[in-house]
Design a protein. Structure first.
Length: 436
């Protein structure tokens, strides 16, 4: 039976995502009420610029006092889409203290200090849902938290940032350089005016921390995630990957160690075989590949950002939380019982693609091979090609080495030693090879 008293919702933030949440709440009010068992009422909207016209939202609901809004004792659910660490953290914990459950899309806060939020939610017996924090509209966190709750997840490998995937896709499909592809992404609205969070991997690293924590039932913070951006990826790297039957993607990789006693989380560009499902993910789409012990390999794919997709995830959480409110129950909270340590990048074992600029003369390959052997890094393939120098003469060559699996620490030692060789003019690029 439908309950007549509405559930009251406070909205913190009314930008691209927040305004879309408000629009869907109004447009689909009857359907949402039927699915929940009670109508929803938008009880207040906290913003920074109250003078801005917000179509479809009653101006009487607009306030700049977010603290007063979340302290109202009649609010059932607070939807937080303002982002950042503060004041979001204080507002969320205050909401719990005053009886509201919370739906958040704040990946940065969850990755930086999720423990504080989970503890506050548990203390006050309230829900904290955050599906929209990772991969936009793609149903990913709830399957990890609930559908796979009886399984053991060993690896999560994904493209979780649409901006960087668009850039790398353009570099691969058109031969464009990084700067040119970034300019196109900006013109199309995929990249922010300041793209640092995307192209330097901060956005993907926050999502990796959330994914690793949920997949492995342990706490993983943003500082635990190794991060590399894609600003150093060149057209030559893309071409070299193509010759190997690979493509380049910025990947978030969360792995359980073979002995099950530790985990790793990392974000960096990597070459993956064209046969891998992630290789076909184009444009600004996201996709996450999950490997579980019983379920096997699972693929989640779809739009990972933007107002409507992210709002879809927020509304899904809102419906679930409101159902819990009516049933006087709470959903699953934090699961961090394993308390597994997070290994450093030095302990990660994978393959590498290394491009060297070397002198084109006898004995160079032998010197390079000796350095690899001294650091216990086994070579899989070598490709050498002579080229003209700046004066149109010979004497230089490009040497591409692809290794077998080796620890990252061993690779770092190898590269440091290679740079000291007189015959090595420079280390042009280093890229990991994943997904095999």
């Amino acid at each position: 039976m439908m309950r007549t008293r509405p559930l009251k919702v406070a909205l913190l933030g009314c930008g691209v995502v927040g305004s879309e949440v408000a629009r869907i709440m109004a447009t689909h009010a009857d359907d949402l009420a039927a699915r929940i068992g009670a109508p929803l009422e938008l009880a207040g909207v906290a913003v920074r610029r109250p003078s801005k016209v917000r179509e479809g939202i009653d101006p009487a609901l607009i306030t700049t006092d977010a603290t007063a809004l979340v302290k109202r004792g009649d609010i059932d659910v607070v939807v937080e889409v303002i982002g950042g660490i503060e004041p979001a953290r204080t507002l969320i914990t205050t909401a719990f203290e005053h009886g509201a459950s919370v739906v958040s899309a704040n990946k940065a806060l969850l990755a930086e200090d999720g423990a504080t939020l989970f503890a506050a939610a548990e203390k006050h017996g309230k829900d904290l849902y955050y599906e929209a924090a990772v991969a936009g509209a793609i149903p990913l966190l709830r399957p990890l938290r609930e559908s796979l709750a009886g399984d053991k997840v060993n690896r999560v490998l994904g493209i979780v940032n649409g901006t960087t995937n668009f850039i790398l896709d353009r570099m691969d499909s058109s031969g464009a350089g990084y700067s040119e592809a970034l300019d196109e992404a900006t013109a199309l609205g995929y990249a922010e005016a300041d793209p640092t969070a995307d192209v330097e991997g901060f956005d993907a690293a926050a999502k990796a921390a959330i994914l690793a924590g949920m997949a492995f039932h342990t706490r993983v913070r943003l500082d635990d995630v190794h991060r590399e951006g894609l600003t150093e990826v060149t057209a030559a790297d893309i071409a070299s990957a193509r010759r190997m039957g690979c493509t380049v993607k910025l990947l978030a990789i969360c792995e359980r160690a073979a002995d099950g006693k530790s985990v790793t989380a990392r974000v960096h560009p990597a070459m993956i075989p064209l046969s891998h499902p992630l290789a076909s993910v184009r444009e600004a789409y996201n996709a996450v590949f999950v490997e579980a012990e019983a379920a096997g390999q699972l693929m989640f794919y779809g739009p990972g950002a933007g107002g409507p997709p992210t709002a879809s995830a927020v509304l899904g959480d809102l419906v679930a939380v409101c159902r819990n409110r009516l049933g006087e129950a709470t959903g699953p909270g934090e699961s961090a019982y394993t308390r597994l340590p997070v290994n450093s990048m030095a302990e990660v074992v994978t393959r590498y693609h290394i491009s060297l600029d070397v002198a084109d003369k006898p004995g160079v390959l032998a010197q390079v091979a000796t350095v690899f052997a001294e650091h216990d890094v086994s070579i899989d393939t070598v490709r050498q090609q002579g080229r003209l120098d700046s004066e149109g003469l010979g004497g230089e060559a490009s040497l591409v080495v692809v290794t077998h699996r080796a620890p990252d620490a061993a690779l770092s030692g190898t590269v440091e030693a290679l740079r000291k060789l007189d015959t090595v003019r420079g280390v042009a690029s280093i890229m990991r090879v994943e997904g095999e």
